[in-house]
Write a protein that binds this ligand. Structure first.
Ligand code: NAP
Length: 226
């Protein structure tokens, strides 16, 4: 199959109904891409998509059946932004395992299911960009700060980024992004970055040219250690 030209490329953004994901949809749409705004809640997703004039896709990344069903409905995706994320508190020795399961189901397995659903098509068509929205809290080099279930799940997402990048050729670029500390429901009102700033590196990685990097971790468009 032929590579799609820039203007007709299709981008799927998970957790696109609010926060950084919504802004990534807005910025990619302004560059002329066709946007599929993924959201687990249909009412919230439809409302957000209507605000931007883009398409809504019902997608709960924690549910592999939901991902498979969405993949059947939407067809080829050229740019996959694994943005959906959760941030429950918890420690390694806490008795309650639910924050661990929730973090891994959304932050790690969510990306695994979407990659399995959409990357084979990218390989067939010879073009793809995968952006895994990670966090500085998932950087071993930065001490894995933050709640344990969250930081360990983001470190696992980073590892997935490295392994997938090494499995695919040059045509499909797979990178992780740290958006910084961003004023969203997750980041809180005291964060030092706007959603526009938080989305910038993600959008840049989603639209990399053919000679762009793959298998890296980026913040403010600069490579950072894992
Ligand atoms: P946010 O405002 O809390 O938004 C999170 C989004 O993820 C929401 O749209 C939420 O949907 C969605 N989501 C959660 N579970 C989902 C699931 N199972 N299926 C589909 N969507 C799901 O957070 P944000 O600040 O925009 O964060 C976006 C990404 O950036 C996350 O991966 C986060 O870890 C990362 N990040 C954020 C910061 C920060 O400072 N904000 C820093 C580092 C990394 P609902 O509305 O249905 O809940």
């Amino acid at each position: 199959m032929k590579r799609p030209p820039q203007a007709t490329r299709v981008a799927l953004v998970t957790g696109g109904n609010r926060g950084i994901g919504f802004e990534v949809c807005r910025q990619l749409a302004s560059q002329g891409l066709r946007i599929l705004l993924g959201a687990r809640d249909a009412a919230l997703g439809r409302k957000a998509a209507a605000q931007l004039g883009v398409e809504f896709v019902k997608l709960d990344v924690a549910d592999p059946d939901s991902v498979a069903a969405a993949a059947k409905r939407v067809g080829p995706v050229d740019v996959l932004v694994n943005n959906a994320g959760v941030y429950p508190s918890g420690k390694v020795l806490d008795e309650d395992s639910s924050p661990w399961r929730e973090c891994f189901d959304v932050n790690f397995f969510g990306a695994l299911w979407t990659c399995r659903a959409f990357v084979p098509g990218m390989l067939e068509r010879g073009y793809g960009r995968v952006v895994n929205v990670s966090s500085g809290y998932g950087a071993i080099s930065e001490g894995l700060e933050g709640p344990a279930p969250y930081s360990v799940s983001k470190a696992a997402l980073n590892a997935l980024t490295i392994k997938l990048a090494s499995e695919v050729g040059d045509d499909v670029k797979v990178n992780a992004a740290c958006p910084g500390w961003v004023r969203t429901r997750m980041g809180g009102p005291g964060a030092n970055s706007s959603v526009e700033q938080g989305a910038d590196t993600i959008v840049w990685l989603g639209t990399l040219p053919a000679d762009g990097p793959s298998g890296g971790f980026f913040r403010h468009r600069k490579r950072i250690p894992w």
